[in-house]
Design a binder for this molecule. Structure first.
Ligand code: TLP
Length: 345
């Protein structure tokens, strides 16, 4: 019996017994010397999955994004990004602190930008302006409610970037979800980006680990900065093994998380005062508004906790639910009963 049904994030999963077994049996070496065979196997696997020349294992999605920004830019450069994106909002101001870049934020539709918006935002070659160097996209988009970048939009943005001499980084922390949801292979997305970061510790259920993928030259630069940022790890095959296990066993099952998220959205829509459009729930994230229930998001979260369900409130009236490996379809029904109690009070 679980203490709580935890819908706060897909980062809360615990390694399964089979994953722990794979971890305990991993062959290891000193990865700072490039001698950990399990890390090397994981990096090769990710490079292949993303169709890139090389990939590098790093501790977190934040480090993967920030190393990519650092490796693509010079201090004073401008990075075009969506206003509710993760690198801009939730990485502790690292872009400014660690790379000395400034962001130019554009408002997307559920996090998704258009090439025309980006084109307008590119600075002219005038010494008054910062140099526009990089475009960052996020797929799926977290604050956009797990929204999927339509492939054709990514193609247009990439082609625009190339025609203007810009680089493109994709925060693909949940690229796996996009890929499984629409049956597009990860490399079909990744080919439209110069660098891609992916996470193993979200929907895939590994306890830690992200990777950056790109050209050999780019990854060599990322490797240098990983050392500089203190992200060089040693016998880290123990955790790389969890990532390999996750990719082999937990990728296709993301479909179940998407079904569970849809079930939540469709049912929540029926509650009075809840604003949500289930057709916007494309993957494993459900964002809804409770303004018209008369309750604040934090009050709903507190009441839900008493019912044994953990949820994440943000802003005054918004709530985010994330489905994952440790939440079953039966748990979703229990969570919905709890919502019924809390929201119909
Ligand atoms: N997102 C976490 C929190 O930081 C908000 C979550 O619970 O969703 N890119 C995206 C799109 C992310 O959603 C996250 C984590 C990251 C990067 C950063 O990954 P970590 O937490 O490994 O640094």
């Amino acid at each position: 019996m679980k203490d709580y049904i935890d819908l706060r994030s897909d980062t809360v999963t615990r390694p399964t017994p089979a994953m722990r077994k794979a971890m305990s049996e991993a062959e290891v070496g000193d990865d700072v010397f490039g001698e950990d065979p399990t890390v090397n196997a994981l990096q090769e696997k990710i490079a292949n999955l993303l169709g890139k020349e090389a990939a590098l294992f790093v501790p977190s999605g934040t480090m993967a994004n920030q190393l990519s920004i650092k490796s693509h830019t010079q201090p004073g450069d401008e990075v075009i990004i969506e206003a509710s994106s993760h690198p801009y909002n939730f990485e502790g101001g690292a872009g400014a602190a660690l790379s000395g870049i400034q962001f130019q934020c554009l408002k997307g539709v559920r996090g998704i930008l258009d090439a025309s918006q980006i084109e307008e935002a590119i600075r002219p070659a005038d010494h008054h302006f910062p140099v526009t160097r990089l475009v960052c996209l996020e797929n799926t988009h977290n604050r956009g409610g797990g929204s999927i970048y339509p492939l054709e939009k990514m193609v247009e943005i990439y082609q625009l970037a190339k025609s203007k001499g810009l680089l493109l980084h994709l925060d693909g922390a949940r690229l796996w979800n996009a890929s499984v949801a629409i049956g597009t292979k990860p490399h079909e997305y990744a080919q439209w980006a110069d660098s891609v970061s992916v996470c193993l510790s979200k929907g895939l259920g590994a306890p830690i680990g992200s990777l950056v993928a790109g050209s050999k030259l780019f990854i060599d630069r990322v490797h240098r900065f990983r050392k500089m940022f203190g992200g060089g790890m040693r016998q880290v095959g123990i955790i790389a093994a969890a990532g390999i296990y996750a990719l082999d066993h937990h990728l296709e099952r993301l479909k179940e998380d998407h079904q569970n998220a849809k079930r939540l959205a469709v049912s929540l829509k029926e509650f009075k005062g809840v604003s949500i459009d289930p057709k916007h729930v494309e993957t494993n994230i459900v964002i809804f508004d409770v303004a018209n229930t008369g309750m604040r998001g934090s009050q709903v979260a507190e009441a839900m906790k008493k019912e044994g369900v953990l949820i994440h409130a943000f802003g005054k009236t918004q709530i985010r639910l994330v489905t994952h490996l440790d939440v079953t379809a039966a748990d979703i029904e229990i969570a919905l009963k709890a919502f019924e109690k809390v929201l119909r009070r």
